[in-house]
Write a protein that binds this ligand. Sequence first.
Ligand code: SF4
Length: 230
Amino acid sequence: MLSYRVVKGTPATLRIIYRRLLRAFGPQGWWPARTSFEMMAGAVLTQATNWRNVERAIERLRRAGALRPQRLLALRRGELEDAIRPAGYFRQKAKRLQAFARWYAARYAGSARRMFRTPWPALRRELLGLHGIGPETADSILLYAGAQPVFVIDAYTIRVFARHRLLGRRAAYDAVQRLAMRALPADAALYNEFHALLVAVGKRYCHRRAPDCAQCPLGDLPHTIEVNAR
Ligand code: SF4
């Protein structure tokens, strides 16, 4: 449970964190994709792997002409699995990608414009009902493909927020998201940049074990490194 003191200080702390990270790293230019479908496929492929592997899988899909929903659905399961092999968990992800593409083609005729006419809370519920789409993937799609004001939470976000005493380190996804969205204005451009910056600081400095606070742009802000970091 968040204490009143922590909640009260959250907007100011988040603003400071955002400004510091933006000054240190600059705009991150997320999400790197040529089309909405490519972005959404990337959001499925990036589950439990790093972005370099996703790029390799996306490139192989591109070469196979499968970065359109109908073309992806026309691939045999084995062909799709082979194309996305670099992203890992390729059998699971092939199933997820096909389930997503089937829904996207049937429900929205493969049109992002039609899809994002649905108000984002209802669209989020639809996405969460699809095979293999969890909150982080659904929210990434809403924010980065649809420019909807939805704050994306990932392990880096939770780690940085917890270490900076904004929440307990075992806080659930929805609680962290509520905290950020209540503290910040509903601004998709801000959420886009903030999430990307949190990933940047997580990768460079805020390691699970042995964070490099001395070099980190947030190093002089009050923080606590837990003994058993997760
Ligand atoms: S590395 Fe240290 S200062 Fe930087 S975000 Fe993590 S806990 Fe904060």
